[in-house]
Design a protein around this ligand. Structure first.
Ligand code: PEP
Length: 249
């Protein structure tokens, strides 16, 4: 049985006090979740988030990580640094990282390698841009993103990889992929993985959907066979909305 997951990507939002306030609200709202729930605060607030969630099921995860062990990489953060505060899961390949920080499939393959070597797990994001979809190239684009970044690893690696399909045109735009569009890409990606690693591996990989998921549309998107949860941006910043999405899974 593959994991069902709802993860909130807080992006560059919430200072220390806002982080504490939102975590307090989440603890009051999300009681005994039946699925895995994760939040990704910014790096400076990871430690306090772990402290605040010590006896809680909500997992604190990171939004990014560098592939090097340490060294002259000003402004970057390593696996050891994240592990030292308790991080076990890292989001990689978010479209904002690809677009604004020039992360390529090649860089991402190195980052995934570092996550795996450090015994961590990744939520690996992929997804096409609007022009790709208009040109009906979305299958080709996502297939290449998955192959280039992930197919250098063995089947065992997929136990530590969660996928997140995030069509770029649906992120923070209010535009959502229809449940059918999400299902179609998720099923396609599962087949791409099955063709390389076999059905057993593919059927165990959780594939999340991300892109303007909100309380009003979560349940319908999550009802699709190959959608195993969501990666949530804007709606993860309000405890009630995030809880309603968690309950929709
Ligand atoms: C995201 O950035 O991962 C995301 C899905 O954002 P939003 O939910 O705001 O579209």
């Amino acid at each position: 049985m593959r994991s069902k997951i709802v993860a909130g990507n807080w992006k560059m939002n919430n200072d220390l006090s806002a982080t504490e306030t939102l975590i307090t609200a989440l603890k009051e709202t999300i009681k005994d979740p039946q699925v895995e729930v994760m939040i990704a605060p910014t790096f400076t607030n990871l430690y306090s988030a772990f402290e605040a969630l010590k006896d809680n099921k909500i997992e604190v995860i990171a939004q990014n990580m560098h592939f090097a062990e340490n060294g002259a990489y000003t402004g970057e953060i390593s696996a050891d640094m994240l592990k030292s505060v308790g991080v076990k899961t890292v989001i990689l390949g978010h479209s904002e990282r690809r677009a604004y920080f020039a992360e390529t499939d090649e860089t991402l393959a190195k980052k995934v390698g570092a996550v795996l070597e450090n015994g961590m797990r990744t939520i690996f994001c992929f997804g096409e841009e609007l022009e790709d979809r208009k040109a009906e190239k979305h299958f080709e684009v996502v297939e290449n993103q998955i192959k280039n970044a992930l197919f250098g690893f063995d089947a065992e690696a997929f136990k530590s990889i969660v996928l997140a399909y995030e069509p770029v045109w649906a992120i923070g735009t209010g535009e959502t992929a229809s449940p059918e569009q999400a299902q179609e890409v998720h099923a396609f990606v599962r087949k791409v993985i099955a063709d390389k690693y076999g059905d057993a591996v593919a059927s165990e990989v959780s594939i999340l959907y991300g892109g303007s998921v909100k309380p009003a549309n979560a349940k319908e998107i999550f009802s699709k066979e190959d959608v195993d949860g969501g990666l949530i941006g804007g709606a993860a910043l309000k405890a009630e909305d995030f809880n309603a999405i968690v309950e929709g899974l």
